[in-house]
Design a protein around this ligand. Structure first.
Ligand code: TRP
Length: 371
């Protein structure tokens, strides 16, 4: 900031703010509160695009971290595009082998959680050729060094069980930029790990506009909306993850849920309290019950009091199964009508395709490649 803008010394200083955390995550968090306010005021200004890899059943971490929030945004009147990025999972061979099953499961989870397919556009990126064609000009706008520096991709490569890293693994963040920019989404609700991809998307939008559309920018620079991911741990006390067998799937039945919670890690202190720093496992269970009952976790803990782990687990099981019962009933009903599921996906793919065609036409015009 230029010094000319600093308030004159005579004006009383405001009380010192909390030390502001630095870095892209903190910035995205601060911006999140502003965005929430703007959304409440003018939901029609926002087009959201987000999605999940079709790698298996969504669990309670997904539900309370992101899914519930999407349904909330939709109900506020924000336009919602939900992508099922099926090409992206070709980076993982095991998952790719069961792709259509995973795609259908994901669609069921979305619908059961309350996404309205009449309003939202739910689609596969593999079904939208014009979206994929954006990959070519976009790839020309980033350097190999930039791709190699992406911390999320580096991490995924380090943890992948594959002996060789595919070209798709390096370029999927560029594909993700096409996922977002094809419909000119301006808001992308994601977890922290996705921030580098949103940054790259903004870079690509800017470079495209500078190079080909300086007079009339074609792409917006979308913003990340960080999901306020609650700290739900897996039942083993580790990170909740589909692949670790420590997650309660939305689609699980009541018995499977009870069994997972029964086996959950706790600690030796009989008095139940909510103290995530000192007692992460117990607190995560308390939080889960609280989220399902829409209550304050301290209150939930106080009510269990000296009941110990057994009482805590009973409370959590009842809370989770009670909360999920209507969702699971809806899911079961929908899963019986595969024709309807296919119809929903096909309609979503057609709507996405119409949008992508129009964007690609404009991209071609801007690049001077209309022949
Ligand atoms: N990369 C995301 C993930 O791994 C999935 C994804 C693909 C995505 N395309 C997207 C998320 C576009 C948001 C917007 O979870």
């Amino acid at each position: 900031m230029s010094t000319a803008l600093v308030a004159p010394a005579a004006v009383a200083d405001p009380p010192p703010a909390d030390p502001t955390p630095a870095g892209p995550t903190a910035a995205a968090e601060r911006r999140g509160a502003e965005l929430e306010e703007l959304i409440r005021r003018e939901p029609g200004r926002f087009r959201v695009l987000t999605g999940d890899r079709p790698t298996g059943r969504l669990h309670l971490g997904h539900y309370f971290g992101t899914l519930q929030n999407r349904v909330r945004l939709q109900r506020l009147g924000v336009e919602l595009f939900l992508i099922i990025p099926d090409y992206q999972v070709l980076t993982d061979r095991d998952v790719a082998e069961r792709l259509s099953e995973h795609v259908e499961g994901l669609l069921l989870d979305y619908l059961a959680a309350g996404v309205d397919p009449e309003q939202a556009v739910i689609f596969n990126h593999s079904a939208v050729p014009e979206l994929n064609q954006l990959l070519l000009p976009f790839l020309s706008l980033v350097s190999v060094a930039e791709l190699g520096r992406n911390p999320t991709v580096k991490d995924e490569i380090a943890h992948s069980r594959q002996s060789a890293v595919s070209g798709l693994m390096f370029t999927y963040p560029v594909h993700q930029a096409a996922d977002i920019l094809f419909c000119r989404a301006n808001l992308v609700p994601v977890g922290r790990d996705q921030l580098p991809h949103i940054e790259l998307t903004r870079t690509i939008a800017r470079r495209f506009n500078d190079r080909y559309a300086a007079d009339r920018p074609l792409f917006p620079e979308p913003e990340a909306l960080l999901s306020a991911a609650p700290l739900l741990l897996g039942t083993d006390g580790g990170k909740m993850s589909k692949s670790r067998g420590n997650a309660i799937a939305l689609a699980a039945d009541a018995d499977e849920t009870a069994q997972l919670i029964r086996g959950a890690k706790t600690d030796a202190d009989r008095r139940i309290s909510y103290d995530p720093a000192a007692r992460p496992e117990v607190s995560s269970l308390v939080l889960l019950a609280a989220l399902c009952q829409d209550r304050d976790p301290h209150q939930v803990a106080a009510e269990i009091g000296d009941g110990g782990a057994a009482a805590l687990k009973r409370t959590v099981t009842e809370a989770v199964n009670g909360y999920l019962a209507p969702l699971r009933a809806r899911r079961a009903e929908l899963s019986g009508d595969r024709g309807e599921l296919r119809r929903i996906l096909r309609a979503g793919n057609e709507r996405a395709r119409a949008v992508a065609e129009s964007t690609l036409d404009q991209v071609r015009a801007a690049m001077g490649t209309v022949f």
